[in-house]
Design a protein. Structure first.
Length: 171
């Protein structure tokens, strides 16, 4: 078994550059458990494995078709497939582990609904404010009404002259 410490990993750009430079004698899609990995045998040295771009972890594929598609687009039209270490039962048991996706999409849907409601409310308020028959309260009146409401909410009720709802003047 190869020494894992000496194993070389290349991100997609590095792997592509080495492939196009003719640095690989063969390219293989290898199974391990329920995943597939892209490996290549350089003309000299140890086998290299395709890695993720950011973390330099081995890039795994749930389906060999996705790995082969990536290689095909890269220009690798002769690819070996090694399924000797593949475990189909493990592959189905490992299914996509994204329990947060449903919750994230539910929240996004709720946010979109709220956004539409909010925009509708703003549009309605702008229409009402633009109406020539709109009644405008002075700042002093708004402060008086706010103080009365605050007193009501705090349960004091001691504030005189609780505001009554104002109606638009009929024209």
């Amino acid at each position: 078994m190869e020494d894992k410490l000496l194993e070389t990993v290349l991100n997609l750009d590095q792997f592509r550059a080495a492939f196009h430079a003719g640095g690989f004698s063969s390219v293989t899609v290898r199974a391990a458990g329920g995943h597939f990995f892209v490996t290549a045998q350089p003309r000299t040295g140890r086998r290299v494995t395709l890695a993720t771009t950011h973390r330099k972890k081995k890039r795994s594929f749930r389906s060999p078709a996705k790995a082969i598609e990536l290689l095909y687009r890269m220009g690798a039209h002769k690819v070996e497939v090694d399924t000797s270490a593949w475990d189909p039962e493990l592959a189905s048991a490992e299914g996509r582990k994204r329990p947060d996706t449903a919750e994230r999409q539910r929240r996004a849907h709720q946010a979109a609904i709220h956004d539409a409601w909010f925009r509708e409310q703003v549009e309605q308020a702008v229409k009402e404010a633009s109406d020539p028959a709109a009644i405008w309260d002075s700042q002093a009146e708004v402060k008086r009404q706010s103080a009365a409401k605050r007193a009501e909410w705090l349960g004091t009720g001691a504030h005189r002259g609780s505001p009554t709802p104002r109606k638009k003047a009929a024209h």
